[in-house]
Design a protein around this ligand. Structure first.
Ligand SMILES: [Zn+2]
Length: 440
């Protein structure tokens, strides 16, 4: 295990970042340091236990020590109310250096190699998701839509991740919050957020060599131009409805035999699917002079026996498409669904609760907590990639819920001096063979 990516080292780095959160209180009782309040919220997400802090409060009263202090470095134990009140004024951008820190450490330790795909590129998926919705509760940063006399408030965010085909893990990068803009379509708000993300973080991630993946709304000229300007590659879903000029050109070229096409049979047990690839280079992304020329490919999957089409999708890319790389480009493009499956679903349904006992706040609370939540998820992913003991335990306690149930119960009743101590205890009690000390 790389010491630099150990839980204690990551946690120390997080503490350093939280130590410099701005103090926004004036002349009040400052017993609860802002860093403890943020760290406390993080510990709740990391342990996936809404009552983690309350349990540690009890342990402190009964025994004089607690796991929030020993595992996470809290000096005082904040209440949910203090978390809500003290974090609300803080903008999530204060947490962003932690994402950069982690991706840099992963790259330096060679851990991103396993994520490199087509032409040795990292695939970075940009995708918007909604992380809060209510008909009653809202704050000054809520977006809203109105149907008749009913208004729904919501928050949207782009949660970029590094993903790879055949790899179940995803690495969370800095989120970008979708903010309401008066008179703008939802799509425009997401595109504007994507542009802000490119402005703020694009240079760093493009320097790692990366291809951006995104759905059809990313596949428009201004956004593609920003992407290219930041030296990214892209493979974006490209639908006929939103790209009439491109598809007219493809149709015209096809009629003249200039769209390449080939099919392959793929056996799925008893039946076969026919994969048909079509592609053409240098077609205009939109109508008019100055249109960006992109390369286009399409995959259709058809059941051989029935002729039924089970899948069809198409992409635009700046990678030149050849007979030898079209399958790799399509495979990379299809990785986009992973952000839904691996990231957003995990965050929404697997116990990394987006909405829970801290409430919504009136300023930035929802966004700040979401960002801490992403960091908790990222820490678990890093441990799963690099920490042999953690990996061993997750393989033994394969069901996510079992693993977290055990963490919750153990830390409620027993005191551990460190995360390492907790992992060693579990490995010993489960009678597992501990990995060699220097294993990675
Ligand atoms: Zn809100």
């Amino acid at each position: 295990m790389s010491k630099r990516l150990s839980f204690s080292n990551l946690n120390r780095k997080l503490q350093n970042i939280l130590d410099s959160l701005p103090e926004h209180r004036k002349g009040k009782n400052m017993i609860y340091q802002i860093r403890d309040v943020a760290l406390g919220a993080f510990s709740v997400f990391f342990m996936q236990s809404p009552s983690f802090l309350a349990h540690q409060e009890n342990m402190q009263l009964n025994t004089g020590h607690n796991n929030a202090a020993s595992l996470f470095g809290l000096r005082t134990l904040p209440s949910d109310n203090q978390i809500r009140n003290l974090l609300d004024p803080l903008e999530p951008k204060h947490l962003f250096p932690m994402f950069a820190e982690v991706s840099t450490l992963l790259e330096e330790n060679g851990e991103l190699q396993g994520f490199r795909d087509y032409r040795d590129n990292l695939l970075i998926i940009l995708d918007g998701t909604q992380y809060f919705s209510s008909k009653e509760i809202h704050c000054e940063n809520c977006s809203h839509h109105t149907h008749g006399d009913e208004t729904t408030y919501f928050h949207g965010v782009i949660t970029p991740v590094i993903a790879a085909p055949g790899n179940s893990r995803v690495i969370s990068l800095e989120p970008e919050f979708i903010v309401p803009q008066d008179g703008h379509e939802k799509q425009d708000c997401e595109r504007a957020a994507a542009k802000r993300w490119l402005e703020q973080h694009g240079y760093r991630y493009a320097s790692l060599k990366a291809t951006l993946l995104g759905d059809d709304l990313y596949c428009n000229q201004p956004l593609c131009e920003s992407v290219l300007e930041k030296k990214f590659n892209f493979i974006f879903v490209c639908k006929p409805d939103s790209h009439p000029e491109l598809y007219q050109t493809v149709e015209f070229l096809n009629a003249n035999g200039q769209v390449e096409q080939f099919s392959e049979r793929s056996w799925k047990g008893k039946y076969a699917d026919i994969y048909t690839y079509r592609y053409v280079n240098q077609v205009p992304l939109r109508a008019g002079a100055g249109a960006l020329q992109v390369n286009w490919c399409e995959l259709t999957i058809q059941r051989e026996t029935t002729g039924k089409i089970t899948y069809r999708n198409a992409w635009a890319t700046q990678h030149e498409i050849t007979p030898t790389n079209v399958k790799a480009i399509v495979r990379a493009g299809r990785t986009r669904w992973k952000v839904e499956n691996e990231n957003n679903n995990v965050l929404k349904t697997k116990g990394y609760h987006f909405e829970h006992n801290f409430g919504h706040g009136s300023q930035h609370l929802a966004a700040f907590l979401l960002t801490l939540n992403l960091l908790a998820f990222l820490f678990h992913t890093v441990l799963d990639l690099t920490d042999a003991k953690y990996k061993l335990l997750r393989e033994k306690l394969r069901v996510r819920k079992t693993f977290f149930d055990d963490l919750r119960a153990l830390t409620r009743y027993l005191y551990f001096e460190s995360w390492e101590h907790l992992m060693d205890f579990m490995i010993a009690k489960l009678k597992l063979t501990p990995p060699p000390a220097d294993s990675s």
